[in-house]
Ligand binder design. Structure first.
Ligand SMILES: [Zn+2]
Length: 139
């Protein structure tokens, strides 16, 4: 167990270029938190929809042939994978919030510059600034 007081380890980590003000960090935190809330609502709505749709399918399955059953299974899988992808995004945002607390979030992995708050709010999992992202895409 490494104690948080072990500053040696923290200092040997690659320090990001530049600094971010506390106000800016709070802005990112607020953006990430509201993003997480949005996604949580979206996720529970999706789960409700799945339940309702599934119930409809059961009550409406009297005259189903195999093809109908296949379609319904496929639809259900699609809905579940949608719900799972929302869960993934929630955990991405939660990881981002944790890293933000540690000070390791919001810095471009390539150039070390701070990634703008707006970009982080739109793409919580962004690890590159816009300039570096464009360079990556051009390659
Ligand atoms: Zn960059």
């Amino acid at each position: 167990m490494v104690k948080p007081a072990d500053t040696k380890t923290a200092a040997s980590r690659k320090a990001p270029k530049g600094t971010r003000s506390a106000a800016e960090t709070e802005k990112i935190r607020a953006a990430l938190s509201s993003r997480r809330d949005e996604l949580t609502v979206e996720h529970s709505q999706t789960l409700t929809e799945i339940t309702v749709l599934q119930r409809d399918r059961f009550t409406d399955s009297a005259g189903d042939d195999q093809a109908d059953t296949g379609t319904k299974t496929f639809e259900r899988e699609q809905e579940i994978s949608l719900a799972n992808s929302i869960l993934d995004r929630i955990s991405q945002v939660e990881r981002a919030l944790e890293r933000l607390d540690e000070g390791g979030y919001g810095w471009c992995e390539r150039c070390g510059n701070p990634i703008p708050v707006e970009r982080l709010a739109a793409f919580p999992s962004a690890t590159l600034c816009v300039t570096c992202k464009q360079l990556e895409e051009r390659r």
